[in-house]
Design a protein around this ligand. Sequence first.
Ligand code: PBG
Length: 311
Amino acid sequence: MSGAIIRIGTRGSQLAKAQASEVRARLMVAHELPEEAFAIEVISTSGDRILDRPLSEVGGKGLFTKEIEMALAEERIDIAVHSSKDMATALPDGLEISAFLPREDVRDVFIGRTAPTIAELPEGATVGTASLRRQAMLKRMRPDLNVIIFRGNVQTRLRKLEEGQADGTLLAIAGLNRMAMTNVATEILDPDAFPPAPGQGAVCIESRIGDERAKSLVAAIADEATTIALTAERAFLAELDGSCRTPIAAHARLNDDGTLALHGMILKPDGSEMHQTRREGVVEDAELIGRLAGRTVLQAAGPGFFDGWAN
Ligand SMILES: NCc1[nH]cc(CCC(=O)O)c1CC(=O)O
């Protein structure tokens, strides 16, 4: 790839473009390349176009990645930049995740219009979110709340909030940080009580299997601790066969002694039932830790837990 222009594929939202620019900036530093060595190719995805229905109804995570992955497979781009949270566990044939950037803050935030915290929302207040996980955890904390669908990119959701369509909304602080918009948050949620989506806060780079030039290029900016944490979280998700249809939360991180700790959770969409587990082990077992944690919550939930809303 040296000499040639490196084509970076991304969605067109402000957040996605900020992530692609971050990847470019890191590659420029790592390889002493000028900005002109890169072309950022904006690709529209179905997830960006279908805005009137919840993600769980229109097909889940793949929606934000499909068109970009097609461009990658067809060699119209060399690498694709994604929010790991938006990626399904099974990738299309011929593609692989070749790097994770160092993870941003994993936490969710509440952005309140009529009250600064979830606890202070009046009885029956309306909260907008498109995430089943956020809906389920909110309902568990506050069964009285009225949760409505808020689709669209971060700017669209904040506009809906400003227009008064809801009393509050929830977002990932990572996205706000990347767009220098952290100040809109009115409450930062404790990740132990309100754990993030698997992969939240981690940007990943996808490339073609066998494209060694792309692989070695991005290897220079890959973060090992993030790779380990994401391996565990994505194994947890894979064990649950998770998609946007199931409220699933997972947060893995390295302890000070270098071991891995995973917190995994599943809920019913209305928050009426919740199962969680914590598991620790050596980093070499990241995949196994995720798989076993997934099996633990599945067993605790029992057969029937997914009935009625699994698809
Ligand atoms: N589903 C959209 C999406 N995908 C990734 C992020 C945030 C950035 C990240 O998690 O890295 C967001 C917006 C949000 O949930 O606030």
